[in-house]
Design a protein around this ligand. Structure first.
Ligand code: ADP
Ligand code: MG
Length: 317
């Protein structure tokens, strides 16, 4: 685990290649969640927001976590971002054991390892500062010299294709442009992981695609791990891998691959450590599966049958 007690290095002494932004070790942007549980206590009531969530995201990968409202997305983001702690289970981000961090570690972790993009631009950007000044803030706070700061701001404005907006304040930009500046600001301190909670929640489809384009370049060109949490199932068209979260647990995954001009999407169920998986609701309904199913191991697959004979009669055992 990284020792936090010493001052963080100046840009350039980083564990990340400053020219490409790419990591030097495979741990740099890796996310591992192992049986994460989060229980909120509200007076006498317990709300189980995460019920043993498993997830692995490789360094530099871009993944969308999709789930209905209340499925536990923001809870997961707050834990991974060091804003809250899990009730049980383990999580590692970029080589940091999140359960072993104290409050001071978490402050450093949030500043240097994680970049945040929120749904509301008001939470991402200061309204009275221009685009370049907003991007500059985290660099100034980190004590980066003015020369390095101004080069880095130019570079980041270029990454999000907004060099022509450098002297505009948020209210002089469109919603999509504001979110792109927010991405640039989140990338300023060269985080290994970018966490975005409903970053396109207030945008229309076209504008939202522009924001995803920028998030993709953060992942592909800079090697940053990007995790987007959203209730919008349509975003799966924007990323290679979509993980569905249901009742505080990851339930299925869709992986999209470009094959020439075609995009092939494969759907997977998530198999947890003890062998549990969730059958899609439409499969369960189509065969009218109920409580007990018969399993049969074949050489290369497993068959699942309703607990009835083919004529539809119930089996006696
Ligand atoms: P999502 O972001 O997917 O909409 P959340 O992570 O916000 O879901 O919430 C998951 C569950 O945890 C919900 O039932 C929600 O009501 C509950 N919850 C979230 N935050 C708190 C909190 N601070 N106190 C109590 N319950 C909470
Ligand atoms: Mg949420």
């Amino acid at each position: 685990m990284t020792e936090y007690k010493t001052p963080m290095p100046e840009a350039g002494e980083y564990d990340i290649d400053i020219a490409t932004g790419r990591e030097k070790s495979p741990e740099v942007g890796r996310i591992v969640c192992d049986g994460l549980v989060k229980i909120y206590k509200v007076e006498d009531l317990e709300v189980v927001a995460l019920q043993g969530l498993d997830l692995i995201v490789e360094s530099g990968e871009m993944v969308a976590i999709v789930g209905a409202s209340g499925s536990g997305k923001s809870t997961l983001l707050n834990i991974l971002g060091g804003l809250d702690t899990a009730s049980a289970g383990r999580a590692w981000v970029a080589g940091h054991d999140l359960l072993a961090m104290d409050d001071a570690d978490r402050v450093t972790y949030r500043r240097w390892t994680i970049g945040f993009v929120w749904q509301q631009t008001g939470r991402n950007l200061l309204p009275y500062l221009t685009a370049s000044e907003n991007i500059s803030v985290p660099l100034a706070v980190a004590g980066i010299s003015e020369k390095v700061r101004s080069d880095r701001v130019d570079e980041l404005l270029d990454v999000v294709s907004l060099s022509h907006r450098r002297d505009h304040r948020p209210d002089e930009m469109s919603g999509g442009e504001q979110q792109r500046v927010a991405v640039a600001t989140a990338l300023a301190n060269q985080p290994s992981v970018l966490l975005a909670d409903e970053p396109t929640g207030e945008l229309d489809t076209d504008t939202s695609a522009e924001v995803f384009e920028v998030l993709r370049s953060a992942s592909h060109d800079l090697g940053v791990t990007v995790l987007v949490l959203t209730h919008d199932p349509l975003v799966s068209g924007q990323v290679e891998r979509t993980v569905a979260i249901r009742d505080g647990r990851t339930s299925s995954e869709t992986v999209r691959r470009n094959m020439g001009d075609e995009v092939i999407a494969h759907d997977y169920a998530v198999l947890d450590k003890v062998g549990r998986l969730q059958l899609p609701a439409e499969y369960v309904e189509a065969l009218n599966l109920d409580r007990l199913v018969r399993l049969e191991l074949e050489p290369d697959h497993i068959g699942v049958w309703p607990d009835r004979d083919p004529e539809g009669e119930e089996n006696d055992g």
